[in-house]
Design a protein around this ligand. Structure first.
Ligand code: KG4
Ligand code: ZN
Length: 329
């Protein structure tokens, strides 16, 4: 069964074709980062307009790379929330138009659920239960998948998302946008133990907080204007990574999960990936790290999740809308 997935919730315009929820036939991602770079963050109106301009070509490319035509599809899935309202509407409208035109089921999926299902594209043998950390520009979530489509949000950020902290710190340091990849690279030349930045809420429950850490970096740099930027980047990154890894592993042990998974843009971070593999090994857990392409926003994960959603609930009515504040549980 071939599902076309469409993703336009933030600043990536993406389309993909996935067979039977697990086999990626094509995955096309057009990123808009350059359009938003000079603003230091995603500008919603620019994102919506860029999606409108890109969506047809991106879908056509995904079909071409999969070697199929619209009529070969069995269903059309789209991330219908959460995300930027105007951005979501572009993907939702495109998905509904195709579903109507070729008379196939339309399936709206939760963007977070799609991040969770990226793991099954990486490892088709993976079965629930497992625990996923999603850390992106907009969200930091610990999601327990107890069975297919059955989730519990065990923890989330009380203020900034982890990726947002990377972006804000990079912006303050004049490193550009998006901040995560730049800090990741710069940190390789720095000493991660140089500055003892706080590990926010490390010992408290399953929630996260990154706004105080960002402020701590700003205050430290203002007090030490000659500080080595690579040391600042490495020390900041170490604080985020230790917090994410410690909390993920502890939540897994406390709630009895044997497998931990990461997703979202921050899951592409090299220090996080290395650190998590070590920590999971020490704790006797299996860590599944989907490829960086599957961690950052893409439409293959949407098509994968859409296949499972369709099996569980059937099609989504075409009267459904876009849901900017959609929740998972
Ligand atoms: O999931 P994503 O592609 O888009 C959404 O926000 O939904 O995540 C983007 C976020 C940005 O904040 C970006 O700075 C961060 O992920 N990011 C990284 C890395 N690559 C992207 N953060 C840390 N290290 C990276 N290598
Ligand atoms: Zn995302």
């Amino acid at each position: 069964m071939l599902v076309l997935g469409i993703e336009t919730s933030c600043d990536e315009t993406a389309a993909a074709v996935v067979a039977d929820g697990r086999a990626v036939r094509s995955s096309v991602v057009a990123t808009q980062s350059e359009l938003h770079a000079r603003f230091g963050g995603v500008v919603p109106e620019i994102a919506s307009r860029a999606h409108v301009e890109l969506i047809d070509d991106v879908i056509a490319q995904a079909l071409l790379e999969a070697g199929i035509e619209l009529t070969d599809l069995d269903a059309v899935a789209v991330a219908h929330g959460p995300g930027l309202a105007g951005a979501l509407l572009v993907g939702v409208s495109a998905a509904k138009a195709i579903a109507l035109a070729v008379d196939r089921p339309y399936v709206g999926v939760n963007h977070h659920e799609a991040h969770v299902y990226a793991a099954l594209l990486e490892d088709p043998e993976l079965e629930p239960p497992f625990l996923t950390l999603i850390a992106s520009g907009g969200h930091t979530l610990l999601i327990a998948t107890d069975a297919h489509g059955v989730y519990r949000v065990l923890g989330q950020t009380v203020d900034d998302a982890a990726g947002e902290a990377f972006d804000k710190v990079a912006r303050f340091l004049g490193l550009g946008y998006p901040g995560g990849p730049v800090i990741d690279r710069l940190a390789l030349d720095g000493d991660s133990g140089a500055i003892p930045f706080p590990r926010p809420m490390l010992g408290e429950g399953h929630d996260f907080s990154f706004s105080g850490l960002k402020t701590a970096v700003v205050q430290w740099v203002r007090a030490h204007p000659d500080a080595d930027v690579a040391d600042v980047a490495a020390s900041f990154q170490a604080a985020v990574v230790e917090t994410l890894v410690t909390k993920l592993v502890r939540a897994a042990l406390e709630h009895g999960f044997g497998t931990v998974v990461i997703g979202g843009g921050v899951a592409a971070n090299s220090a996080l990936r290395t650190r998590l593999l070590d920590a999971a090994d020490d704790a006797g857990l299996r860590a599944l790290l989907p490829s960086r392409e599957l961690c950052t926003d893409n439409a293959a994960m949407v098509a994968g999740a859409g296949w499972w959603r369709l099996r569980a609930d059937g099609p989504t009515p075409l009267s459904a809308g876009a849901y900017p504040a959609l929740r998972l549980d």
